[in-house]
Design a protein around this ligand. Structure first.
Ligand code: SF4
Length: 276
């Protein structure tokens, strides 16, 4: 699977005609973003938020929406950006730094030896190691610099796909949380794009002229995790042809859990060990 961020349709700059769609799209995204923020109390007065910016469409959209909310919100909060440099040949974090500087958003590049580690330890699943290393570097930076929250660019499609992947391949009913504090209480991760659709974010980043910065990973699109996601993404796209509201119905379901009508013995108050 090629990277969907780089679809040819989005490589050429938008025409004047295509740009006309931006105000309506921006208004929809702001509304969904704001509702998600309010529903899950993702923001507090005085927050210092560190946004993980990879240079993909989701992270640009997140940074843009947060920065514009900062100018309109009745509370005060700071927005800073951090980019993990995994060391893959061709990855260009300076491109991200230029955009952040132009938008007056403090930005830092955090090196993480992902390329070296992936090559040195072929026995470990590369994507698992990669996300562990990225998380570790980002969390440590946030903790030592006094950030109150880390904002990540996962969106509604990610939530839906993760819910299905966890059921189909892991035997677990769960998705990505919109707000989660680490066990030691040192870091709180928020996902304010949880109500926003991936295609809207892709168009938004493109219409706003954000550059797509390829991650340079040779495994991108080829790993087991990525192929599972691609499989589930294709399934969702197929079902959506006959169920247009599928993703929003699944979002509603994630917010409307009837634990008594599931089989988790712990939730039902029954003793362990769990029987299959
Ligand atoms: S495919 Fe993505 S998660 Fe896996 S090693 Fe490459 S950059 Fe990391």
């Amino acid at each position: 699977m090629s990277n969907p961020c780089a679809l040819p349709a989005y490589l050429a700059p938008p025409t004047d005609e295509e740009r006309k769609a931006l105000p309506k799209l921006e208004e929809r995204l702001r509304r969904r973003f704001g509702t998600c923020m309010t529903d899950y109390r993702l923001l507090d007065d005085g927050d210092r938020i560190l946004v993980g910016v990879s240079g993909g469409k989701d992270s640009w959209a997140l940074l843009d929406l947060l920065a514009s909310l900062r100018t309109r919100a009745p509370i005060r909060f700071e927005v800073h950006a951090a980019t993990i440099d995994p060391g893959f040949p061709g990855y260009d974090p300076d491109r991200i730094a230029e955009v952040c500087e132009a938008k007056d958003i403090p930005h830092v590049v955090l090196p993480a030896p992902i390329d070296t580690m992936v090559r040195k330890r072929p026995e470990i699943t590369p994507c698992a190691m990669c996300s562990r290393l990225r998380r570790g570097v980002l969390y440590t930076h946030a903790k030592t610099r006094g950030y109150t929250k880390i904002a990540l660019g996962h969106h509604l499609d990610d939530l839906v796909e993760t819910l299905l992947i966890n059921q189909f391949f892991e035997g677990r009913l769960s998705t990505m949380p919109l707000k989660l504090t680490s066990d030691d209480g040192a870091n709180t991760v928020i996902r304010p794009l949880g109500y926003c659709e991936e295609e809207d974010l892709r168009r938004f980043a493109w219409l706003k002229g954000y550059p797509f910065v390829p991650c340079g990973c040779p495994l991108c699109g080829a790993s087991v995790l990525e192929s599972r996601r691609a499989q589930v993404k294709a399934l969702v796209a197929d079902l959506q042809k006959s169920i247009p509201d599928l993703k929003f119905s699944m979002l509603k379901a994630m917010k409307n859990v009837k634990t008594t009508h599931l089989l988790d013995k712990e939730l039902l108050g029954l003793p362990k060990p769990w029987a299959k």
